[in-house]
Structure formats: C-alpha cells, structure tokens
Design a binder for this molecule. Structure first.
Ligand SMILES: [Zn+2]
Length: 117
C-alpha cells in the first residue's frame, strides 16, 4: 500500500539509514524519490511507462462514453468505436502485394524497350 503526503503526492517507499520510511515525495510515475534512485535511467524509463499506462484506461473510457452516448452524432460514435477497435488489436487486415513475378518484370522491360524504339 502506498503512502501519500497531505498534498496527495505518493511518498517514496525507501527507508532512511535510521530505518524510518523516507518522507520525500516519489518522482512522477516512480515509487521512490530522487535521492533513492528515481534519477537512474532504468527507473526513469519505467516511470515514463507507468505514467503512459495510467493514461490509457481513462482515454479508452472517454472513447467508450462517446460510443454509448446516443446524443452524440453517429459519425462521432462510429469514429470512437473504430478508435477503440484499432487500439485493442482489432485492426482490419492489410493486404500486402507480393513481389512481381519474373515474367511480369520481363514484360515490363519488353514494354519499356518497345516504347524507346
Ligand atoms: Zn526517498
């Protein structure tokens, strides 16, 4: 369970040399303060991922609210529904054209040569 200061900021989870809980605020997205390792590159990277993940749920909720709201124009509801599907792994299948065959390439070369003469 995380502790918070009177301003609602999450407190550092480390303990001081005296064995008491650190009273500094944890860095944004981190569970420790700057003095207890929040400046380390790997902690900074994890903090950034944590902050991003905290934003995903409310963002999807905002889109869901639009989809469910019958007062919204149909175009807005469809666009929100499409965004939810795109962001949850239900993208449409993308057709990728393969490489042209040797015969096709030979035909193109023949056509190009015929145009030059
Ligand atoms: Zn600390």
């Amino acid at each position: 369970m995380s502790r918070h200061d009177d301003q609602g900021r999450r407190l550092c989870t480390a303990t001081t040399r005296k064995g008491e809980p650190c009273r500094a605020a944890a860095n944004n997205g981190a569970i420790v303060c700057r003095m207890h390792g929040a400046s380390a590159p790997q902690v900074k990277a994890k903090s950034a991922r944590n902050l991003l993940e905290e934003l995903i749920e409310p963002a999807l909720q905002a889109l869901e609210d639009i989809v469910q709201d019958v007062k919204q124009p149909a175009s807005a509801r469809v666009a929100a529904a499409r965004d939810i599907l795109d962001r949850t792994g239900y993208k449409p299948v993308i057709q990728v054209q393969g490489m042209p065959s040797r015969a096709q390439v030979a035909d193109w070369i023949e056509e190009a040569e015929a145009e030059q003469t």
